[in-house]
Write a protein that binds this ligand. Structure first.
Ligand code: NDP
Length: 238
C-alpha cells in the first residue's frame, strides 16, 4: 500500500503545495486544517490515490488526539508527518496582548508537539518514517515586531533536534525547514516589492519551492535533526 502522509495546515499555502507534491509521488494524503471544507477541497483536488480531509485545531491537545486516532483507524499507519499549520500576529512586544501570545505559542509550538506525540506510536511501526516541522528564518535570526512568533519558531528548533535524538534509534527522522518570505495568505498583507529588496534572490519564494525542500527532507534517509533554510538567501542579509 502507498505511504500515508499527514499534512497539518494542508488546506492552503505551503501545506497545500506539500500535499500536491506528495500526491504526485504516490502518497495517500490526510489533509488537516480547522476549516473542513477547505481541507476537503484540497483533498479532492489532489492526483492519484484516495485522499481524506480532517478538521482539527492543532492548538487543542484533545482535538489532535481524537483526530490522529481516527486517521490511524481509517487510513492506517503514518509514514510522513508535515507540520505546516501556523499563524502569525505581528506587532511590537509592548503592544502584544497576552491572549495573542498564548494563541501563537499554542498553535505554532505546542500544536507541533501535540501532533508529533499523537503520530509517533504509529510512525514507529512504519519503515522510513519522517517528520518535517515548518519553522521560520526569523526563529533563527529574530525580527523586530515578531518576538512571540520568532520565539514559537525558535522553540521548534530545540524540539526538532531533541525529538530527532529520541527517535533516531527507532529509525524515525525529524527535521526542521525554515522558510523566508513565501507567497501565501500569511504574507498577502506585506508590500512585496519593498520586502523583496532584502532578499538576495530578489523575490518571495513560491509554496511549491518550499514543498520541494520538504520532499527532499522526507525522502533523505540519512538526514535527521537538521535545519534546512529555504529563503532565497534572506538569512545572509539579516
Ligand atoms: P497560510 O496562512 O497560507 O496557511 C496556514 C495553514 O495552517 C492553513 O491550512 C490553515 O488552515 C492552517 N492552520 C492555521 N491554524 C491552525 C490550527 N490552529 N489548527 C490547524 N490548522 C491550522 O500559511 P503558510 O502556508 O504561509 O504557512 C505555513 C507554515 O509556514 C506556518 O507555520 C508559517 O508560520 C510558516 N512560515 C511561513 C512563511 C511565509 O512567508 N508564508 C515564512 C516562514 C514560515 P485553517 O485556517 O483552516 O485552520
Amino acid at each position: 500500500m502507498s505511504r500515508l502522509a499527514v499534512v497539518c495546515g494542508g488546506s492552503r499555502g505551503i501545506g497545500q503545495a506539500v500535499c500536491r507534491l506528495l500526491a504526485q509521488r504516490g502518497c495517500r494524503l490526510a489533509v488537516v486544517s480547522r476549516n473542513k471544507d477547505a481541507a476537503r477541497a484540497t483533498a479532492a483536488s489532489l492526483s492519484g490515490a484516495e485522499h481524506v480531509a480532517f478538521s482539527c485545531d492543532v492548538s487543542k491537545e484533545t482535538d489532535v488526539q481524537r483526530t490522529f486516532e481516527t486517521i490511524q483507524k481509517t487510513c492506517g499507519n503514518i509514514s510522513y508527518l508535515v507540520n505546516a499549520a501556523g499563524t502569525n500576529r505581528d506587532g511590537l512586544l509592548l503592544r502584544t496582548k497576552p491572549e495573542d501570545m498564548v494563541d501563537l505559542l499554542h498553535t505554532n509550538l505546542l500544536g507541533t508537539m501535540f501532533t508529533c506525540k499523537a503520530a509517533l506510536r504509529s510512525m514507529l511501526q512504519t519503515q522510513g518514517a519522517a517528520i518535517v516541522n515548518i519553522g521560520s528564518v526569523v526563529g533563527l535570526k529574530g525580527n523586530a515586531g515578531q518576538c512571540v512568533y520568532s520565539a514559537s519558531k525558535a522553540g521548534l528548533e530545540g524540539f526538532t533536534r531533541s525529538l530527532a535524538k529520541e527517535v533516531a534509534s527507532r529509525n524515525v527522522r525529524v527535521n526542521l525547514l525554515a522558510p523566508g518570505f513565501i507567497r501565501t495568505d500569511m504574507t498577502a498583507g506585506l508590500r512585496e516589492n519593498e520586502a523583496a529588496r532584502s532578499i538576495p534572490l530578489g523575490r518571495f519564494g513560491e509554496p511549491d519551492e518550499v514543498a520541494q525542500a520538504v520532499l527532499f527532507l522526507l525522502e533523505s534517509p540519512y538526514i535527521t535533526g537538521q535545519v534546512l533554510v529555504v529563503d532565497g538567501g534572506l538569512q545572509l542579509a539579516m
